[in-house]
Design a binder for this molecule. Structure first.
Ligand code: ZN
Length: 171
């Protein structure tokens, strides 16, 4: 059976509720991880995902979650991983950024740096761009570690409300 527009919508609906296991409040689509649901060359629906960070341990979990949701809905579809173009925090929707902030994670500050100087750019950006505290909004914050609860995040501390928080690093 070839995938029709209608059953591609069924596939989308079956996985719409899935979120990043590390950030349960933001859907895969809002994060920009879920790129596309399309009909494959043979007519079987394909769910196309792009990993956030290469080697991010959450990606295996995300694939498993998608497969489980499809199985549960009785849908025969493939999960395809697309590595290029590489995922960037620029793909996060405005809603996703707001939900991150509400969840207590500072959304990426500024646009992602591309190319081999990502790490250097990040260090420079951290020094020049304020990271507002997701709890009280103060920009009086300081980086306490370049790695937070996961490699995708940096650990910050607010100097006003004294709360530690994660920054989702621009990437
Ligand atoms: Zn604060």
């Amino acid at each position: 059976m070839r995938a029709s527009a209608a059953n591609l919508d069924t596939v989308r609906a079956a996985i719409a509720h899935l979120a990043d296991p590390e950030i349960p409040v933001v859907s895969l689509s809002e994060l920009g991880i879920l790129r596309e649901v399309r009909a494959g060359d043979d007519g079987v629906p394909e769910v196309v995902i792009t990993p956030t960070y290469s080697g991010c341990p959450a990606m295996g979990q995300i694939e498993d979650d998608i497969r489980a949701a499809l199985r549960e809905a009785g849908i025969d579809a493939r999960v395809c991983t697309q590595l290029s173009p590489a995922w960037t925090t620029d793909w996060m929707s405005a809603d996703a950024r707001e939900k991150l902030r509400t969840y207590g994670i500072a959304p990426p500050n500024g646009r992602a740096a591309h190319g081999h100087d990502k790490v250097i750019s990040f260090a420079r950006r951290a020094a020049t761009q304020p990271v507002p505290c997701p709890r009280c909004g103060s920009t009086h914050t300081t980086e306490t570690s370049p790695f937070g609860s996961t490699a995708c995040k940096a650990l910050y501390r607010c100097l006003d409300c004294l709360e530690p928080f994660d920054l989702f690093k621009p990437y």
